[in-house]
Design a protein around this ligand. Structure first.
Ligand SMILES: [Ca+2]
Length: 308
């Protein structure tokens, strides 16, 4: 929760008696946004006697609702080797190792990988035989792993031994966490926050760009207070406000996809339409991202510019 988003609501709530309608708290942000669409940081003139303090407090929220998504650039710092047999469904950086999950029936699983060599250090098959593995994330010493259409999620220990099986409705695509809750995509524009003990949904957001739903959200990552999601079959990653669901930036990964495609072809590996961008990890120490895709020969370590 970010205090500056709460502040205007609290201020407006305090003024509710003077404004009369009980929906004053809800309607005020929209009024502010409508009267000051392009001037973030500028006080809204002459609303009422307390307008200046109120408008100033409301400005950050106004900016968040009206600003166009930032154009973010992926500057490649390094290329790490990646298993070209890995149909990557999830990626996270955990204390010097990659935690990666793979899909496809019969090839689904979770693995710990040495980033420098791409070598698999430890791996386990997705617990239910015949299940199609999807996203993976690591929170508080626990590994969580999804299935696509099998309705099961698994909690594993760090040695990748099954501890618990959860069930859920709908499809499972990507998985991440914000340090408290799990965050899950299902191929739509919805992201569900789930309790890491019960796997129950605690809240949902709909991801939108300029008011339009952004569907096919796939692999997820939490970084710098935002959710990052790559869009299936697209070479771009959305940076998403975790409270509102609004896309605040688009990271262009098209050059990485092109390079991966060319590098694979040079080694006789022809990409299919399935071999798309689908792996986002974040190193909180270097502030670099690791980006890869299904059967890509590289994990690209990138520094993101325009990230503010
Ligand atoms: Ca991830």
């Amino acid at each position: 929760m970010r205090p500056y988003l709460l502040l205007p609501l609290l201020l407006v709530a305090c003024q509710a008696p003077a404004q009369g309608p009980q929906d004053a708290a809800g309607s005020q942000p929209a009024t502010s946004a409508a009267s000051a669409p392009a001037t973030a940081g500028t006080p809204v003139p002459s609303q009422d006697t307390t307008s200046e303090a109120q408008a100033t407090a409301a400005s950050p929220a106004t900016a968040a609702t009206t600003a166009a998504p930032a154009a973010l650039k992926a500057n490649v710092v390094r290329r790490w080797p990646h298993d070209t047999a890995a149909f990557t469904e999830g990626l996270q950086y955990v204390e010097g190792r990659f935690l990666e999950s793979t899909g496809q029936v019969g090839q689904s699983g979770v693995r710990w990988v040495d980033p420098k060599t791409g070598r698999v250090l430890e791996q386990a098959a997705t617990p239910t035989p015949g299940a199609f593995g999807e996203g993976v994330t690591f929170l508080n010493g626990r590994v969580y792993h999804l299935t696509w259409q099998d309705g099961e999620a698994y909690r594993l220990d760090q040695a990748l031994q099954l501890q618990e099986t959860y069930t859920y409705q709908g499809e499972g695509w990507g998985l991440a966490h914000d340090g408290q809750q799990l965050i899950m995509s299902n191929g739509s524009a919805a992201l569900a926050f789930r309790d890491p003990d019960t796997f129950k949904v605690t809240r949902e957001i709909t991801v939108t760009d300029a008011g339009q739903p952004v569907t096919q959200l796939n692999e997820l990552e939490w970084a710098n207070g935002s959710i990052w999601a790559n869009v299936w079959l697209q070479n771009r990653i959305a940076r998403i406000d975790p409270q509102t669901g609004q896309v605040t930036g688009w990271l262009d990964a098209s050059a990485l996809a092109a390079e991966a495609t060319q590098a694979a072809a040079a080694k006789g590996q022809q990409f299919t339409t399935d071999d798309v961008l689908n792996g986002i990890a974040y190193n909180a120490e270097t502030h670099h991202f690791y980006l890869t895709g299904k059967r890509w020969p590289f994990v690209f370590e990138v520094q993101v510019s325009g990230n503010n």
